[in-house]
Structure formats: structure tokens, C-alpha cells
Design a protein around this ligand. Structure first.
Ligand code: FEO
Length: 394
């Protein structure tokens, strides 16, 4: 295997998962990578492992640089199995290695792999001297699990933040300046929206903490996707922007339909919004990718959700969408609802209740029409779109 050097003595030893298309529900149309790093100095440290299916690839890459028996430390930044499930196999071969993790990481490792594992705990500020290089540990609880930790290579200014700043992007290239910028930022946005969005306040605090520590961030090497080496501050600034909830004049319409009435309403609402030069993104749920919808919602000012009434409630696809999006807690958006019904409504009431219980702002009126909308009713839909557009412009 070809050695991949991040810089002299620091290697990428991860694996490329070209074919994954469903990462626990997140649609990964461009695949992903599991990034692990080897710091080879007087002492050798492996930071993170890879998903078990790729453990032989990890072992092969490490062996190009040093025999596994020479690994002194295995640092587990995060217990989730895409990064830790090769640990037992590695520990067997790297029999002299000390395993390091946070206290919560140790507890998590025990629950996953048994208490026979010898794990030493580290906390923020602890340092590990490898020779010319020093590793510093920074706990990062809830970014995005309680056990999460960043490892920082002090002398080179390399941050290994595990899942933070990642992208699900499989590529033969390892660095940001080698891939298409638009695709890279598209995947980074999707990743933030679907994984880190609930933790915006913690992200802001963690970035402030890194700044207060005076750390130079010359390279940010996450556990998924490519490594940020060309102006890495741009992904840090993007995280700050997303976490603060900066919004565009944009409305996302998300709906599903049975016989086309809710679709007709949705289209007319979109026309009313567009008349006011507000961008519209338009998704019929059963024809769309939920992961991409969430990425579009990230910087939208309003989300308008539509469903016909089926058995006194919304369609299952709409219910699944609301379950997912309320868990992700997008900040500062206006939510509005529309739909059609046959003989009794119910969908609007239930959808509104879900978002209100999640603490979201619901528009004070909704649009619920019987059977197929008439010409006059479609005019009302257009006006409803205009009403939302005017409200978000204010
Ligand atoms: Fe990439 Fe939280 O695992």
C-alpha cells in the first residue's frame, strides 16, 4: 500500500468505504472514509481505528510504516463503532500498547468490548510526549457523543477532532485542496446538518475554548472524508456560522401527497413565495433524500410542511420526517403547515403539535383544504405563500 503522509512522521492509515450508501440512515451517496492516524516518533501512537470490515486495510497501512508490535499507544477519540470496532484486533497485535480514552470513553469501550481491556484515562490538558512530538488531549463531550475527544499534535498544529469537521466523502484523494470544493462543502454541510446540528451551542463554546488555548490549527484531520490542510479556518468559520444559525432568505417546502391535492397546494404556495424573490427548495418526501432535505433546512428561514390526512393523522413519511427533524433541533425557523383531507382533517393539528412540543415557532395559520383544491382555493394557497414570504422578510 502507498504510504499517505499528512506531514513527515504523521500518516493517514485509514480506509475508504466506497460503497456505503446508508450510514445508520444517513444516505451517503458519495461513500465515506474511516480515518485513523499514525504518529511515528521515538514512541508510536495510533489515533483511532476503523470500522471492523476494514481492519485488514488499517493493519496493512500501519505495517508499511511500523510493525504493529511497535505501537506504544492506541488513542480512542470516540467509541462509536465506525472508529473503534477494530480495537480488539489491533490490541491483540499491538500487545505492548497502552489504550487511552476519556473516562466516558473507557466506560463505553468496556460496554462494547468487555472490561478485560486495559484503558488509561486522559482529560483536557493532559499531554503525551512521543519524542519530538507531543500529543495534547481535549475532551469534547457531546461532539457528538459523551466520550468524544480531540487529540492535538502540538508541534505541528494538527487537530485530530474525530467526527467534528468531517464529511462523508469517499475519494482517492486525502486532502481538501485535491477535491472539488463545491462537492466538499456540500458534503461538509450535509454532515454538520445531520450529525452536529443539535450541538450548535457546544460547538461555539468548543471553538472558543480552542482559540483561548491559543492552538494553531494548521491542519484539521477528521475521522471521515478529506483532511483540511488548505486554510482549515474555513471549515471552523463554517461551523461557527452554522452553529449560530445564520439564515438565508430561503424556504424549504417538504410534503407528501396521496392523489395529488397536497402536491397542487405545495406548488401554488411555492409560486406565492417566489413572487417575493425568496428562494424555494421543494421536496416530495417519498421522492427525496431526507439527508439532503435536512442540509437545505440548515440555513433556511422557514420550513413549510404538507400532508394529506390519512386515518386522522399525517402520512407516515411526514411523521418520519418530523421525528427526524425535531431531534436535530434546527434553530430559529418559522414552521408552517398545509394539507388536504377527504371528510375529516387531523394532519395539520398533529403536525403543529409535534413542532410546538419541540419548541419550534409555528406560523399562526395553516392551510387545510377538502378534496381537490378549486381555482379560488389555489389562489388562497398562493396568498399563503406570499404571507410566509412577507413574514420572513420582516
Ligand atoms: Fe464517525 Fe460518531 O462516528
Amino acid at each position: 500500500m502507498v504510504k499517505v503522509e499528512v506531514i513527515d512522521g504523521v500518516y493517514w492509515v485509514g480506509a475508504i468505504d466506497w460503497n456505503i450508501r446508508d450510514f445508520h440512515g444517513y444516505s451517503t451517496k458519495r461513500g465515506t472514509t474511516y480515518n485513523a492516524y499514525l504518529i511515528h516518533d521515538e514512541k508510536t501512537a495510533l489515533v483511532d481505528t476503523v470500522k471492523y470490515d476494514f481492519s485488514n486495510e488499517l493493519i496493512g497501512r500501519i505495517s508499511e510504516i511500523a510493525p504493529l508490535g511497535k505501537i506504544d499507544y492506541v488513542i480512542i477519540n470516540h467509541v462509536e463503532m465506525d472508529h473503534s470496532s477494530s480495537l480488539l484486533k489491533i490490541a491483540k497485535k499491538a500487545e505492548n500498547a497502552t489504550i487511552l480514552a476519556t473516562q466516558r470513553g473507557k466506560e463505553g469501550l468496556f460496554k462494547h468490548y468487555g472490561e478485560a481491556l486495559a484503558v488509561k484515562t486522559v482529560k483536557t490538558g493532559d499531554e503525551l510526549k512521543l519524542g519530538k512530538r507531543t500529543l495534547r488531549f481535549i475532551e469534547a463531550p457531546m461532539l457528538h457523543w459523551p466520550d468524544s475527544m480531540f487529540t492535538y499534535v502540538v508541534e505541528d498544529g494538527i487537530l485530530l477532532p474525530n467526527d467534528a469537521f468531517g464529511q462523508h466523502l469517499a475519494s482517492s484523494q486525502r486532502f481538501d485542496d485535491e477535491v472539488n470544493e463545491e462537492i466538499l462543502m456540500d458534503e461538509a454541510t450535509k454532515y454538520y446538518a445531520n450529525i452536529l446540528m443539535p450541538f450548535g451551542s457546544l460547538i461555539i463554546r468548543k471553538i472558543q475554548e480552542l482559540k483561548q488555548m491559543g492552538l494553531s490549527l494548521n491542519v484539521i484531520a477528521p475521522s471521515h472524508g478529506v483532511i483540511w490542510r488548505s486554510n482549515p479556518s474555513r471549515i471552523v468559520e463554517a461551523y461557527l456560522k452554522w452553529s449560530r444559525g445564520i439564515h438565508k432568505d430561503k424556504v424549504v417546502i417538504v410534503y407528501d401527497t396521496m392523489w395529488g391535492s397536497t402536491d397542487k397546494i405545495a406548488r401554488k404556495i411555492a409560486q406565492g413565495i417566489m413572487k417575493h424573490e425568496i428562494a424555494v427548495k421543494f421536496y416530495k418526501l417519498r421522492a427525496s433524500d431526507l439527508t439532503e432535505i435536512v442540509a437545505e433546512i440548515l440555513d433556511a428561514k422557514a420550513v413549510i410542511v404538507g400532508s394529506p390526512t390519512l386515518n386522522n393523522t399525517m402520512l407516515p413519511s411526514v411523521s418520519a420526517f418530523l421525528t427526524y427533524i425535531t431531534g436535530l433541533k434546527p434553530k430559529g425557523k418559522l414552521w408552517a403547515f398545509f394539507g388536504s383531507y377527504g371528510w375529516a382533517g387531523g394532519a395539520i393539528k398533529k403536525m403543529t403539535k409535534i413542532v410546538k412540543e419541540a419548541g419550534f415557532e409555528a406560523h399562526d395559520s395553516a392551510l387545510e383544504l377538502q378534496y381537490v383544491p378549486t381555482k379560488e382555493e389555489l389562489e388562497k394557497c398562493f396568498s399563503f405563500g406570499e404571507e410566509i414570504a412577507e413574514k420572513i422578510k420582516r
